[in-house]
Design a binder for this molecule. Structure first.
Ligand code: PGA
Length: 248
């Protein structure tokens, strides 16, 4: 009914020489077709090289401008420009951008709208902090972020949306949510979408936060976990492939 996805989030890594080797190694691993959509959210300057070198692969980036139109906006890269480069997907709402780069709700919603209208797939990231989880607020926080998404996506655009649940305390820490906690949050997200008349059975909800080759299969067994958004482990072709295999 819905596709599984495994998406590598390279963040601010690595330099161009190593990036070329990494993407080549990843694409070589995927010579055989896998029953899973694989994508790479690469650093922005590598996007054109990546889309032109590997046109049959799904290349994404990690951010997009709030500016919808072309114009005198020094330093900005908008969704239309990315689409014209062959970029297929963009991460929006990642906690690192929300926390370190002042991506507030309004900016996140603008980025979602612009990316969807330009024809990009949006990987919309949600997740609670450790303090929020300890206060019993995890579900409220996450469903609030889902409501922000619902407020800006039109009915026809949901097919371009992938959701990633990434508890902030699990990102880059080596600590993951338990499979039960992940399943529980994913099921709540799906129910909330359904209550809002969105065909949630068709929407992929990925887990992210220290997903590794060693723990991927515990998440792939959860009925509502449809894949993974992978940071650190996506920088090693073999580890990344092992995660793909767990979800394929
Ligand atoms: P991590 O990052 O796998 O290194 O925890 C995940 C993410 O931030 O998307």
């Amino acid at each position: 009914m819905r596709k599984s996805w495994v998406i590598g989030n390279w963040k601010l890594n690595p330099d161009f020489e190593r990036a070329k080797q990494l993407l080549q190694a990843c694409c070589a691993e995927q010579m055989a077709p896998v029953a899973c959509q694989v994508a790479y959210a690469v650093p922005m300057p590598y996007a054109v090289w990546a889309t032109q070198s590997y046109p049959q692969h799904c290349i994404g980036v990690q951010d997009v401008s709030v500016m919808q139109d072309y114009g005198a906006y020094t330093g900005e890269v908008n969704a239309q420009l990315l689409h014209s480069c062959g970029v297929k997907l963009v991460l929006v709402g990642h906690s690192e951008r929300r926390q370190c780069f002042a991506d507030d709700v309004q900016k996140v919603q603008t980025k979602v709208k612009n990316a969807l209208s330009a024809g990009l797939t949006v990987v919309y990231c949600v997740g609670e902090s450790l303090a929020e989880r300890e206060l019993g607020q995890a579900e409220n926080v996450v469903l609030g972020q889902i409501q922000d998404l619902i407020d800006v996506v039109s009915p026809q655009q949901w097919q371009q949306v992938v959701i990633a649940y990434e508890p902030i305390w699990a990102i880059g820490t080596g600590q993951t949510a338990s499979a039960e906690d992940a399943q529980c949050m994913h099921a709540s997200i799906r129910q909330y979408l359904q209550k809002n008349q969105i065909e949630s059975e068709k929407i992929a909800i990925l887990y992210g936060g220290s997903v590794k080759a060693e723990n991927a299969s515990q998440f792939s067994q959860c009925p509502d976990v449809d894949g993974a958004l992978v940071g650190g482990a996506s920088l090693d072709a073999q580890s990344f492939q092992a995660i793909i295999n767990a979800f394929a």
